[in-house]
Write a protein that binds this ligand. Structure first.
Ligand code: ADP
Ligand code: SF4
Length: 689
């Protein structure tokens, strides 16, 4: 059972008129589903209730139509007709004893209103501050409009109560919520009683919280979510001012929910931020208030969590990503199953669901946002089907996840791995600069598999079609991964590019195998995710002089979606990497590359000793084709199915591989659904009360 060291995490705590059953607080987090997929989002929150969280929040919920952040998909509470779908969410949250929370957001200077077409309202008239630099400005709220806004908050609070929520979280963090816009001198340049001194800038928060408390405070608790530092220097809401604000308003909310800075800071990836990275910013604030404090820090270690509370730094442990990677984190600590925690790897793939307005995934937890769509539970697999055993070939993220999910279904599983180590691409990539935490994808599955009697892993076992036909497993799962291309085929070049015989061209696989070129090296990045930037870093660390050329306008372009693009650019610049944007490579010579401007086609020559080609990958699917070419031998060999999945089928991020492995395991021996859709969807209906 539970280790006494962690008892402190299970002590109930009062939040205003309510009591939370333990210290685990799922902070509001996006999921890419929002108002478009309310059932998927509701089921996902319900799973967290099963997993033992004491407080569970929605993502940000736009509380009035005059402020919304289209194209991003969050929740909406604009009229009574929104209440029923939100009530379903709160009911799911409360099913297993959690308190249900809703985050009310008025986006102010952050809401371009592309959908509602209303003129944005903010403390001061400024251009809208979004990821997309929309050509829209907000106008300044008049005093009578501030009164309107206060009333809209009260209306939203009453509707939240009606929808069954226990807590209201007022969003004033990450630069996204209007409370911060009032508090910060950068976004509040008013000269009336709402601007100027900190007391004046805090007036709006005081008024709204007072109004909400009068309206629903007898039964609902109020959290105020502010950032610990706006991170734009003294002009912004700095950490020193945050401390003054808390001290001057000791008992303002029922709980202080202290996020880090910008969203990029608060959800910093493991490549750049450690667990508990906010500790220095939050330390000591406890002495300034009588109310409890919750803070985040990608907490996955119960020892770090217990330390945060014992040291008086925090009262509750706030988690978004750790609760996504393992919705059962509190329950596992409670049951003394620490080694079963599926730790977040800090890759921020979950955030890309919001940034791309799709639906979120998680590298570690492939069931995330599939709880309702596919009926996948993170801890429980479907029952075993007709057949008995599976041979999984390849122990990368796809093969390992398949093996782990299959053995839980009750199949006998053998995993064959060509190398002497398991983990495939993860084992190779975890050794690259900044990516060590990604190794948790392997470590978690390695340990879990070692605990199961029905799985065997065979290392140094490269299989071919002959040996597979000889073994006679009923199901053959081929997850043999992919190989980086040397010929430049990716986006700029859809057929191999001209490369001189004498040119020295290396692939990411070469570098990961330990062959790292020196001298003047051009990294040509036409992949656009993390690999080009990471390899540039590796090359510099090993002494090379690096020029990174990419046809994109950004280094590691797609990492805009994982909130780390700006940090990657800054890091490479610091390392002395010459960054060449908006240029491709048309030709590679023995000692140079010819680069073209993507707009004008004008060429330029870059002298170099070697080129690292970060292009695309080819699936290692030969084995699959060898087997399918011999399909007539399957019956005699006892083979019922052969399936190719993961990077071998079509390359993608690691999260795509764990998803593919999980899906294979779920669907094995399942009924053939023919042309039917493999997931549920819904058209959201607004209903009258
Ligand atoms: P994925 O991301 O799809 O899981 P990876 O590239 O990470 O793919 O992993 C594939 C693994 O499969 C690698 O560890 C590789 O060594 C192994 N592998 C490839 N071909 C064979 C084979 N014929 N027999 C056994 N293992 C193989
Ligand atoms: Fe953590 Fe990555 Fe999962 Fe997000 S996607 S919760 S960062 S493991």
């Amino acid at each position: 059972m539970r280790d006494a060291r962690y008892d402190i995490l299970f002590e109930p705590i009062k939040i205003g008129p309510l009591t939370a059953k333990n210290r685990f607080y799922q902070v509001p987090h996006c999921n890419g589903g929002g108002y478009r997929d309310p059932s998927a989002a509701a089921e996902m929150r319900g799973i967290k209730s099963q997993g033992g969280w004491a407080v569970i929040f929605t993502e940000q919920c736009e509380m009035h139509h005059s402020s919304e952040i289209t194209p991003f998909i969050e929740l909406r509470l604009w009229e009574d007709k929104d209440i029923p779908q939100l009530r379903r969410m709160s009911e799911k949250m409360k099913e297993h004893g959690a308190l249900a929370g809703i985050q009310l957001a008025y986006s102010g200077i952050n809401g371009p209103n592309l959908y509602s077409k209303e003129v944005p309202l903010a403390p001061s008239a400024l251009p809208i501050r979004t990821f997309t630099n929309d050509p829209v400005q907000a106008r300044s709220l008049s005093k009578s409009e501030i009164k309107d806004l206060r009333r809209w908050f009260v209306n939203a609070a009453k509707r939240s109560k009606d929808a069954g929520f226990d807590l209201i979280n007022l969003y004033g963090a990450h630069g996204f919520g209007i409370f911060q816009h009032f508090l910060s001198r950068a976004t509040n340049q008013r000269s009336d009683e709402y601007g100027g001194s900190l007391e004046n800038r805090a007036r709006f928060a005081n008024e709204v919280i007072g109004d909400i408390r009068d309206a629903v405070g007898d039964s609902m608790a109020i959290a105020l979510r502010v950032s610990l530092d706006e991170t734009i220097g003294d002009l912004g809401f700095s950490n020193a001012e945050v401390r003054d604000f808390v001290e001057m308003n000791r008992n303002l909310p029922d709980i202080w929910d202290l996020a880090q800075g910008t969203w990029e800071d608060c959800s910093g990836p493991s490549r750049f931020k450690e667990e508990a990275a906010q500790e220095e910013l939050v330390k000591g604030i406890h002495d300034l208030t009588d109310k409890p404090i919750v803070g985040v820090g990608r907490f996955t270690s119960p020892d770090v969590m217990a330390k945060m509370i014992k040291s008086g730094t925090l009262d509750m442990i706030g988690c978004a990503r750790p609760s996504i990677a393992d919705p059962f984190l509190p329950k596992k600590i409670e049951e003394g199953r620490i080694e079963d925690i599926r730790e977040c790897i800090g890759c921020n793939i979950c955030i890309t669901g919001d940034m791309t307005m799709s639906i979120s995934r998680c590298t570690q937890n492939p069931t995330f946002m599939e709880e309702w769509r596919k009926g996948w539970h993170p801890e429980t697999m479907n029952a075993k089907g007709d057949s008995e055993n599976v041979l999984v070939i390849g122990s990368g993220p796809a093969g390992l996840e398949a093996a782990w999910a299959l053995c839980r279904r009750g199949y006998d599983v053998a995993v064959a791995e060509a190398r002497d180590v398991i983990g495939g691409r993860v084992t190779r990539e975890r050794a690259l600069p900044g990516l060590s935490a990604w190794g948790r994808v392997v470590d978690y599955r390695d340990y879990q598999l070692s605990q199961r009697p029905n799985v065997e892993i065979y290392r140094e076992s490269e299989l071919d079609a002959d040996s597979i036909l000889e073994f006679g497993f009923q199901n053959v799962a081929i997850a043999t991964g992919s190989t980086w291309r040397r010929d430049g085929v990716a986006r700029q070049h859809v057929v191999p590019m001209p490369i001189a015989q004498a040119a020295k061209v290396y692939t990411p696989d070469d570098l990961m195998d330990g062959t790292v070129p020196g001298g003047n090296v051009v990294v040509f990045d036409d992949d656009h995710y993390y690999m080009g930037g990471v390899l540039a870093e590796l090359l510099v660390k090993q002494g090379a002089k690096v020029t990174l050329i990419t046809p994109s306008a950004y280094v590691s372009d797609w990492t805009n979606n994982t909130l780390e693009q700006a940090t990657i650019h800054a890091k490479l610049d610091d390392l002395g990497v010459e960054i060449i944007l908006n240029r491709g490579v048309t030709e590679i010579g023995a000692d140079h590359v010819i680069s073209n401007c993507v707009y004008t086609g004008k060429t330029r020559i870059f002298e170099c000793d070697a080129v690292v080609m970060v292009a695309s990958r080819t699936g290692n699917d030969q084995l699959f084709h060898d087997l399918t070419n011999r399909q007539e031998e399957w019956a005699d060999a006892g083979i019922r199915s052969v399936k190719l999945f993961g990077d071998a089928e079509a390359s993608g991020p690691i999260a795509w591989a764990t998803y593919a492995g999980h899906r294979y395991a779920r669907e094995l021996d399942g009924e053939d659904i023919g042309d039917d859709l493999p997931f549920r969807r819904e058209i959201t209906e607004l209903a009258a009360q």
